[in-house]
Design a protein around this ligand. Structure first.
Ligand SMILES: Nc1ncnc2c1ncn2[C@@H]1O[C@H](COP(=O)(O)OP(=O)(O)OP(=O)(O)O)[C@@H](O)[C@H]1O
Length: 255
């Protein structure tokens, strides 16, 4: 059986009088796509912010590859291999597409200032690997020909892809995507769906997804967690969730 990458239990996050996250639990096993859904304001992004160390959770246990990480600063959690995208595109828009990918791999490159200054063979090897890794992922999402363009000049859908591969070049253990389909047209959304499925099926990636596009979620998720007003409402396979009366009432019935 595949191992647990992420285990979250009893997660609570309070902002003054507002309990934005109230007892959320979730689990992601290696190679699974796990989606978190719920109406606007349900607390999904707040859960992401707690997992990635942007917020210190009020309560709860977060285990990443068996190790408790709740309350650790974001950079330490990212160094452990938990990498995310944001609801709104956050690229270095005046840098080239390729530079965005190289900057993301700075840990591989800049671990020794002197090595960088003198361009030692070891540094050059690392630089070469970073370039190869970048080209591989650019090719995968059809952006290789745009490698030297300013990232801000890419079409919106391409910027979304670039954000995802900017995570992939760091060889993450867990890829967390916050509404990656937001603002995409149907054909871009379909491309995104295939890319996420490919990351799981051919790159053994574990993916935690927040998404409002129900077709995307239902088509690719192995497991879905539904939260409503901060609290867990249901969890299960896409079929179980789709047919759950509480979910239909609280969420799917809203549209
Ligand atoms: N830093 C903060 N300070 C105070 N309240 C916050 C903060 N961050 C989030 N909230 C509140 O917590 C609740 C949950 O917000 P959150 O953004 O996590 O929901 P969401 O499920 O991601 O929503 P959406 O689907 O619209 O992105 C909301 O009521 C929001 O206003």
């Amino acid at each position: 059986m595949s191992k647990n990458i992420l285990e979250v239990s009893g997660l609570r996050m309070r902002f003054g009088g507002l309990l934005a996250v109230d007892g959320v639990a979730l689990e992601a096993r290696e190679g699974q796509i796990v989606s978190m859904i719920g109406p606007n304001g349900a607390g999904k992004t707040t859960v992401f912010n707690c997992l990635t160390g942007f917020y210190k959770p009020t309560e709860g246990v977060i285990r990443f590859r068996g190790e408790e990480i709740q309350g650790l600063p974001g950079h330490k959690i990212a160094n452990k291999g938990m990498i995310r995208t944001f609801q709104h595109v956050r690229l270095f828009k005046s840098m080239t597409v390729l530079e965005n990918l190289l900057v993301a791999q700075h840990r591989l490159l800049n671990n020794n200032l002197l090595a960088g200054l003198f361009k030692t063979p070891r540094y050059r090897d690392a630089e070469q690997r970073a370039l190869e890794q970048s080209r591989y992922w650019l090719d995968k999402v059809g952006l290789l020909e745009h490698a030297n363009r300013e990232a801000g000049t890419l079409a919106y859908g391409q910027q979304r892809y670039l954000e995802i591969i900017r995570c992939m070049v760091t060889n993450p253990t867990l890829l967390m995507l916050d509404e990656p389909a937001a603002g995409l047209n149907p054909s871009e959304t379909d491309g995104l769906k295939h890319l996420i499925a490919e990351l799981r099926d051919h790159h053994e990636m574990t993916v935690l997804l927040i998404e409002h596009d129900m077709k995307l979620v239902m088509d690719i998720s192995d497991h879905i967690v539904v939260i409503n007003q901060g609290a867990p409402l249901a969890a299960g396979t896409p079929d179980e969730v789709r047919n759950n009366p509480d979910v239909i009432k609280a969420y799917l019935g809203e549209d």
